[in-house]
Ligand binder design. Structure first.
Ligand code: B12
Ligand code: SF4
Length: 472
């Protein structure tokens, strides 16, 4: 029997993280019945040509969509596919459609279905419904346009334990191409979905309702072993929102990695409160199993601001984690955000102080500083909207909502320029530099200490000759 094709598309975006969402939804389909084809706008030189080559036998076209720039490419490709094959159902899933189930369909007639939250089961049921031409009314966790053109939102799905979906099939992508683009043999992997916490600048509590589920340690490490033997990667980038949710789980995973002798490094996200409850021995075990870098969100150097953000961590916990990582030599990224609505100058001063202190603790500590942006689905954004701030109103307007450059009404031009210089000198002052740069590094340290960034000649030179795209 000839298999039906399921086409999945990852829009153009920054960086080359593997398209885990498409791998996840593609892996739950019966391979005897369906041939899943993942096309990545970041990898394929002529994605439209590839799509065209498969359209004849396709029974649906799915895209994963993040808020912002990726929407632009997603819309272009969606409209082009609809033009070529009008009766092919087009499904959008991911964070943007989890936040805007109806708006996305109202604004763009070429999209037929949007998926909300965890997508594996919803997609499986959708594909079966498309194949059997049955009604979508019974498929939970979706929003769709029915034959009369009405937009219907079905009830949400409850989150399913991730073990059910753990057998992800990386053969759906050309893993080697991602290694090549990344410049290293780094595998992306996700071991949990959702988060228990309530940070008011984050969309996770809205999308996953403060629920969390994870792959069991045994299943996860067996999978990593299988992938390690197959792809010989040297590093794993764990894309979990909060990998360290349960200390015992993390420890068991590390013990199993060591037992199996899997020789790769890994990086993950940790909340400072979670890290502060772990002992130095726990950290050492993680390091022994390959932990090379943590990402610990600090967001603000002011405890008052942290509490306002409902971060539920204490600054002392950040320093406890920093001390442990310093002792063992684990690299850490401590991201901050400045320019929250109503943020006081004292709060910003505290952020500068804490960022400086953390940077000076270890050459492998970094403190990327982002500017507040009212990302949808967060409590702060809801509040600024109530106070009159106008968000984009259509899916097309959301595609112009970019994370770089623009600082909104919350960060003055003066503050923005200050922080751009501060970030540059901070990085230069405290990261490892070649001997010839040591005099400049000393100057950068002094500049940071005295917050003196006039005549930033060094920055101008680097911006002109070496600028790379960064997320901060
Ligand atoms: C990897 C990643 C990226 C990669 C994207 C790689 C890619 N594929 O293009 C890069 C580095 C480019 C990136 C960038 C950014 N990201 Co990002 N990123 C992530 C991260 C860490 C993992 C995503 C992932 O692969 N998850 C694993 C998969 C399996 O889960 P999933 O994507 O949620 O998919 C499930 C469902 O959503 C659904 N689904 C998803 N797609 C589809 C498609 C179909 C057809 C169906 C049926 C279902 C479906 O089913 C999947 C399985 O259950 C998430 C956090 C997280 N843990 O999810 C943040 C996250 C998605 N990013 C976020 C943000 C804010 C950003 C940035 C703005 C960061 C910044 N500060 O600058 C930028 C800008 C993005 C842009 N506008 O260009 C936010 C969400 C923003 C939003 N509203 O879209 C998240 C949730 C982090 C957070 N908690 O705030 N990011
Ligand atoms: S910022 Fe991190 S810890 Fe806070 S709610 Fe979002 S995912 Fe959870």
């Amino acid at each position: 029997m000839k298999r039906k094709k399921i086409l999945l598309y990852n829009p153009i975006a920054v960086f080359f993280d593997m398209p885990l969402a498409l791998i996840a939804v593609g892996s739950v389909l019966d391979p005897e019945k369906y041939e899943v084809i993942i096309i990545d706008g970041r990898i394929d030189e002529n994605p439209m040509e590839t799509i065209k080559n498969h359209l004849d036998d396709a029974i649906c076209f799915g895209l994963t969509v993040l808020t912002g720039k990726p929407i632009k490419d997603a819309v272009t490709v969606t409209q082009a596919v609809k033009k070529l094959k009008n009766d092919l159902p087009i499904v959008w899933g991911g964070w943007h459609t989890s936040l805007f189930p109806k708006q996305t369909l109202i604004d763009e007639i070429s999209i037929d279905v949007t998926v909300q939250g965890q997508g594996e089961d919803a997609f499986k049921e959708l594909v079966e419904a498309f194949e059997n031409k049955t009604d979508l009314a019974a498929v939970k966790g979706i929003c769709y346009r029915n034959s009369q053109g009405e937009i219907i939102k079905n009830p949400p799905r409850t989150i399913v334990k991730m073990d059910a979906f753990a057998n992800v099939n990386y053969e759906l992508i050309d893993v080697e191409k991602y290694f090549e683009k990344k410049g290293r043999r780094q595998l992306d992997y996700i071991s949990s979905t959702g988060c228990f916490f309530r940070c008011s600048f984050c969309a996770d509590p809205f999308v996953y309702n403060r629920k969390w589920t994870a792959v069991s340690p045994e299943i996860m490490v067996n999978k990593l072993e299988e992938l390690y033997k197959k792809y010989k990667f040297t590093d794993v980038n764990l894309q979990d929102e909060t990998y360290f949710t349960y200390r015992d789980r993390v420890i068991e995973i590390s013990e199993r990695i060591i037992e199996k002798g899997l020789n790769f490094t890994w990086a993950a996200t940790m909340r400072a409160d979670q890290g502060s409850r772990m002992t130095i021995e726990d950290f050492k075990l993680c390091a022994k199993s390959g932990l090379r870098r943590l990402l610990i969100g600090v967001e603000s150097g002011s405890q008052v601001m942290m509490d306002w953000l409902k971060k539920d961590i204490k600054l002392e916990q950040v320093y406890m984690c920093a001390e442990r990582c310093k002792e063992i030599g684990i690299a850490v990224q401590f991201p901050f955000i400045v320019g929250f609505p109503e943020e006081s100058d004292e709060s910003i001063t505290e952020t500068i102080k804490v960022a400086l202190e953390l940077n000076s603790m270890h050459p492998n500590f970094r403190t990327p500083i982002f500017y507040f942006k009212p990302y949808p689905g967060t409590t702060i954004t809801d509040n600024v909207v109530k106070q009159g701030y106008k968000l984009p109103e259509t899916v097309h307007e959301w595609s112009d909502f970019d994370f770089v450059g623009s600082t909104g009404p919350w960060v003055s031009r003066e503050k923005y320029e200050f922080f751009e210089k501060f970030k540059f000198y901070l990085k230069f002052a405290y990261s490892k530099q070649k001997a010839v740069y040591l005099p400049l590094q000393l100057i950068a340290k002094l500049r940071c200490k005295y917050k003196f960034f006039n005549l930033p000649i060094e920055k101008k030179l680097v911006d002109t000759f070496f600028r790379k795209q960064e997320l901060a």
